[in-house]
Write a protein that binds this ligand. Structure first.
Ligand SMILES: [Zn+2]
Length: 267
């Protein structure tokens, strides 16, 4: 991180942070009577851009990724200094967002010890080590886990979650699709890092296995979302209206997923 000099000026009640001395003097010269300009020189640390993704898009988007780093999506030929300037201008917003992300609940690293909690359908299940040979979620919110699996515990648990995700999500998707009279070509369970679901151009559906850790309403929201992409291959107002018609409260599920994505993990 580099330390940069920053000037703060107030123009018509709005505070602006300026890093470039020439811009500052220019603004001061241009300022009319009654416009307050306060020059506060201070230092701030520059926000590092973790990735710049260039594409055929028309505008620049600043995205705070799930690990609280800054990603910039920019048109092909946008000069780097222009991107850096924009990041500086949006300093307050970026910093606020990053702090929000850092405050979000995180999952602890799993140790597979007796009584440790694992999420399944949005509920906490306590790990109970057994002498059996299969992993099973019980009605008393226990997750039975064979001792013989302990040496490859993470791998075994991942497989179990993925199998459950396939079974449960396939069933639910079929029921919802039938109700909506929508046809999809295939359904797969993925290991994607950030995507919860997707719908391909030929209506093949993909769902992230980690979804099975989320509450039912949230799982249904992702299923409905992807199914609606059979009708609308975009995120237009028309698309969201269709989602809302099926699930009026979808925004709650969407928000939950955004805020709890770090908890839905086995890492
Ligand atoms: Zn979508």
């Amino acid at each position: 991180m580099c330390k940069c000099q920053v000037y703060e000026i107030i123009i018509a009640g709005h505070t602006k942070k300026i890093q470039d001395f020439h811009t500052l003097t220019y603004l001061e010269k241009k300022a009319k009577v009654g416009v307050e300009i306060r020059r506060t020189k201070y230092f701030m640390s520059k926000i590092p851009i973790s990735k710049i993704i260039r594409s055929k898009r028309k505008n620049i988007a600043l995205v705070i990724s799930h690990d609280a780093t800054l990603i910039v999506r920019a048109p092909m030929r946008t000069p780097l200094h222009y991107i850096e300037k924009l990041v500086e201008e949006k300093f307050d917003w970026i910093e606020r967002k990053m702090r929000e992300f850092e405050k979000r609940p995180k999952a602890d690293k799993k140790t597979f010890s007796e009584g440790e909690e694992f999420l399944y359908f949005g509920k906490k299940y306590k790990l109970a080590l057994t002498n059996g040979l299969r992993i099973e979620a019980t009605e008393d919110f226990e997750l039975l886990f064979p001792r013989v699996f302990l040496w490859r515990a993470h791998h075994r648990m991942h497989d179990w979650y993925k199998k459950q995700a396939h079974k449960e999500i396939s069933e639910r998707t079929k029921i919802i699709a039938d109700k909506l009279n929508l046809k999809y070509s295939s359904l797969k369970i993925s290991n994607a890092k950030t995507n919860w679901g997707s719908c391909g151009p030929k209506n093949s559906l993909n769902f992230n296995w980690r979804l099975i850790m989320a509450p039912e309403g949230v799982i249904d929201y992702v299923i409905i979302h992807e199914l609606m992409h059979i009708l609308e291959k975009n995120h237009s107002a028309k698309f969201w209206n269709k989602v809302a018609a099926m699930m009026p409260d979808y925004k709650t599920a969407r928000k939950w997923l955004r805020e709890n994505s770090k908890v839905l993990t086995l890492e």
